[in-house]
Design a binder for this molecule. Structure first.
Ligand code: C2O
Length: 554
């Protein structure tokens, strides 16, 4: 994808199949793309058209999502199962086709059905158009760092166990850097990612958090990092010694090899933010090594001191200090008029255990999750986008509430089984219908009813401005003064702070059905989701085209 002329087509073929890999003294069957973990990197320029032929040779239903891609008038290629398509059944195929418009940076792709994204994921790098450059000095080299999560088990079994019995998913056995667990895990001395650097040179590290259920701290011993983009949106350069990422998020940093010639570990481990460790999490550490050219091979690398798992002040500092690059490539000023404002509680609750099942939650219940007391259910007979396009009723309803049924008060929120509201949420497929090109403001309130943790909310199809965030109850009288309309960071996934709130804004200028959900898969599959149905605009250029002929049918 490097010709100077416009309209290049970049074509890939993904063969998705089971393979056996050895990790952590264990041999495990996983489902992966083209036999590799992570899967193939897609490297493309802004303005190019991407065509990916997906052949499902695995035993599972499959879809692929292009996380963060706007999908302008190509909603049929977005990928969430039963939202924009029916699954690609075992033995079938589907071709995803879309053009990358008005965005550049580090994104990624992943399976968007069951928990298969644990092993079906890869990077999607969008470079500036020919003749355009980065808004920072050209790096000597570009490096991909994909953080993942690994189970010594089949992830579909892990998911089924978690969803059947309720509260406690099997925690993962390792974190990985580019598929490698690193030398702190058993049998992994030779499975450690190594980055070779030349003294004095500056590298662009494109970091992706592809973990399933964990936010991660990432650090490189003795080195500062300069953040230049988040979620494929340029930022004002921000210098830090630690990066925090929710699943779904990406961070681009500049790393200069400006320390003494030697070797230095890079390491990642969970930011779990769970008060009193109510929910078990994988507390292990993955590491790789940065080796300077000329470093003695005998030297023991320096280990970075990672923040404690529950170091919310450090996480919050990172999440809130980043600002957008005003006037940089693709920068659009914040729309100041809002057509629709919604207040959305997000959090965990419980549901009654189905008959003939044993659930492990309090009083024999199992975990449920909701937004505004609605626990999202994926349709089964027809995808929501087909229902929208062909005007078929009965697949979803457009009555998702614009505010919760009770006035939520964090200071009084506690585990109270007798208070059913927000705790025992009904299950349905409720969406919000939006007029084409309306500006929407969402105020998220983390309920922290069951566990105090940060929820990474991801919106499909759009970037949004993060206008403000904080702890405790959102209070309009004082908190609206904190909204940043000048240089807010722009993202597609926001970690709504533990027991806190966040205000985001986006322009609904793309017709179709767009999922919004917590990017912790345990929470997505227990209902922490909703969707926006955006009506067609007035012209053919603002109308969703018909589905491709090979769109999978249910
Ligand atoms: Cu990266 Cu709906 O997901």
């Amino acid at each position: 994808a490097s010709t100077a002329s416009a309209a290049t087509i970049v074509e890939h073929t993904f063969y998705v199949q089971n393979l056996t890999v050895s990790k952590l003294c264990n041999s495990q069957v996983i489902t992966a793309v083209n036999g590799s973990l992570p899967g193939p990197t897609i490297d493309i320029q802004e303005g190019d058209t991407l065509i990916v032929h997906v052949f499902n040779k695995s035993p599972y239903n499959l879809t692929i999502h292009w996380h963060g891609v706007f999908q302008k008038l190509s909603g049929w290629a977005d990928g969430p199962n039963m939202v924009t398509q029916c699954p690609i059944c075992p033995g079938s195929q589907y071709t995803y086709k879309f053009t990358i418009i008005e965005q550049e940076g580090t994104l990624w792709w992943h399976a968007h059905v069951s928990w298969l994204r644990a092993t079906i994921y890869g990077a999607l790098i969008i470079r500036p158009r020919a003749g355009q450059s980065y808004p920072f000095p050209k790096p000597y080299e570009e490096i991909l760092i994909i953080l993942g999560e690994w189970w010594n088990a089949n992830v579909v079994d892990v998911q089924n166990q978690a969803l059947a019995t309720g509260v406690l998913p099997n925690i993962s056995d390792a974190y990985t850097i580019n598929g490698c667990p690193g030398d702190l895990y058993p049998c992994s001395k030779n499975q450690m990612y190594k980055l070779k650097v030349e003294p004095g040179k500056t590298y662009l590290l494109r970091i992706i958090n592809a973990a399933l259920n964990n936010q991660l701290f990432y650090k490189i011993a003795n080195h500062k990092m300069t953040v230049v983009a988040t979620d494929a949106c340029y930022t004002k350069p921000y210098v830090t010694d630690v990066v925090v990422m929710s699943p779904g998020q990406t961070v681009d940093i500049l790393l200069t090899a400006d320390q003494q010639v030697g070797s230095y570990y890079m390491a990642a481990r969970a930011y779990a933010s769970v008060a009193g460790a109510v929910i078990p999490f994988d507390s292990t550490t993955t590491r790789g090594v940065v080796v300077y050219e000329g470093a003695p091979s005998s030297a023991t690398p320096v280990m970075p001191a990672l923040p404690a798992f529950n170091d919310t002040p450090t996480a919050h500092k990172f999440f809130t200090n980043i600002t957008g690059l005003v006037g940089g490539p693709h920068w659009i000023p914040v729309p100041l008029m809002v057509d629709l404002q919604m207040f959305i509680t997000i959090g965990l609750g419980l549901e009654v255990c189905p008959a003939n099942t044993t659930c492990e939650g309090p009083i024999g219940t199992k975990l449920s999750a909701s937004m505004n007391n609605e626990s999202f259910v994926f349709p089964i007979s027809l995808s929501m986008l087909q229902a929208f396009y062909f005007n078929v009723g009965g697949v979803y309803t457009t009555d998702f509430p614009a505010k919760p049924p009770i006035q939520f008060d964090y200071t009084n929120a506690s585990f109270n089984i007798n208070n059913p509201s927000l705790f025992f949420a009904p299950k349905a497929t409720k969406v919000t219908k939006l007029k084409f090109d309306s500006t929407v403001e969402l105020i998220f309130q983390n309920t922290a009813l069951l566990a105090v943790e940060n929820h990474p909310v991801h919106l499909h199809g759009f970037d949004f401005y993060v206008l403000a965030q904080g702890f405790g109850n959102y209070n309009p009288a004082t908190d609206r003064k904190k909204l940043n309309f000048i240089n807010p960071q722009i993202r597609n996934t926001i970690g709504v702070p533990v027991g806190g709130w966040a205000v985001i804004r986006f322009r609904a200028n793309n017709p179709g059905v767009w999922l919004m959900h917590c990017h912790l898969d345990m929470h997505l599959s227990t209902g922490l989701a909703t969707a926006f149905v955006i009506e067609n605009g007035p012209t053919p250029e603002t109308t969703l085209p018909p589905p491709p002929a090979d769109l999978p049918q249910c």
